[in-house]
Design a protein around this ligand. Structure first.
Ligand SMILES: [Fe+2]
Length: 301
């Protein structure tokens, strides 16, 4: 059985060198421990995905692990999609071909094909603000799936939230719980026809890999060639979720903070044609005051 994690963030952008090296060291330790065969480095487009891939690949040299270059890029409608490539130079070509907010979900399939990549629809009904199923009409969601190679059927980032809600009783938050559960296990009727089924940890910190995709492969022709065949991955657990509720809460809070900061950047980028150049300035410099001003602009106040 070969295992693939098709949604992974090194999350090193903006860190000082010492912190970056420490995070990469921990990525290496955790990936060696999980024993996953293939990891797709899918950093957000405004967090230097090529450099993230290169750093992660460098940090993991010597492990029995293949790392594929990719990017999680945001469309004009505000939908995050993953573009995955067999080689770093194609990721670079993609960066030059389409920037964040410069394309629509209707273009995505053609963009992936033109740049030699595969298109994955991640967390279609996730909790974040950039999920295809939450933003697009049912018809546009179906069209996007028709053009895509994979739909993500299990998203690890939703897993702990989903477990916490089950533990605490989800009756108080039926909408939230429902989305958590759809995100951690996408219902079959929302998976489209003829797509591969991807599974991704969506880890933003080392050690956040719990469930990944497994496939039986007799002759392993290389990870990307295998992926081109639109594999329907089965869930494989590489680590049990933390037993203690406090540890689960801590992990959910850390991921939530990271997702909230990313959400602020996406929100700002979506408004007023701020574009990728603005995003590249780094989200830490953007204050909540700016977000508030942007919201006022959007409402025409
Ligand atoms: Fe992600």
């Amino acid at each position: 059985m070969l295992t693939f994690d098709l949604h992974y963030h090194a999350n090193i952008h903006g860190l000082r060198k010492s912190a970056r090296l420490e995070r990469l060291r921990r990525h290496r330790l955790c990936l060696a421990s999980s024993g996953v065969d293939v990891v797709a480095s899918t950093e957000h487009s405004y967090k230097k995905p090529r450099q993230s891939y290169l750093h992660l690949a460098d940090a993991c040299q010597g492990l029995l692990l293949s790392i594929l270059p990719g990017v999680e890029c945001i469309s004009r409608e505000g939908v995050d999609l993953i573009f995955l490539y067999p080689e770093e130079n194609l990721l670079e070509k993609a960066r030059r071909t389409f920037a964040a907010y410069s394309w629509t979900t209707g273009d995505a399939g053609q963009l992936a094909r033109d740049t030699g990549g595969l298109l994955i629809v991640p967390h279609p009904f996730g909790l974040g603000t950039a999920c295809a199923g939450n933003i697009l009409s049912p018809l546009d969601y179906a069209r996007l799936l028709d053009a895509a190679d994979y739909v993500e059927i299990h998203n690890g980032a939703a897993l702990l939230s989903s477990l916490l809600l089950k533990k605490s009783g989800s009756g108080f938050f039926p909408g939230f719980a429902g989305r958590c559960q759809a995100n951690s296990c996408l219902p079959v009727y929302l998976r489209g026809d003829g797509l591969g089924w991807s599974i991704g940890s969506d880890a933003h910190f080392p050690g956040e890999q719990y469930v990944v995709g497994g496939v039986e492969a007799d002759a392993f022709e290389g990870p990307y060639s295998l992926l081109v065949r639109k594999v329907r991955f089965e869930p494989v657990w590489v680590q049990a979720p933390p037993d203690r509720i406090s540890e689960r809460v801590r992990s959910v809070v850390m991921s939530g903070q990271c997702a909230a900061r990313e959400g602020v950047v996406k929100r700002l980028g979506k408004l007023g044609g701020l574009g990728e150049g603005y995003l590249k300035q780094g989200f830490l410099r953007h204050t909540l005051r700016e977000l508030w001003a942007a919201r006022r602009m959007e409402r025409g106040m």
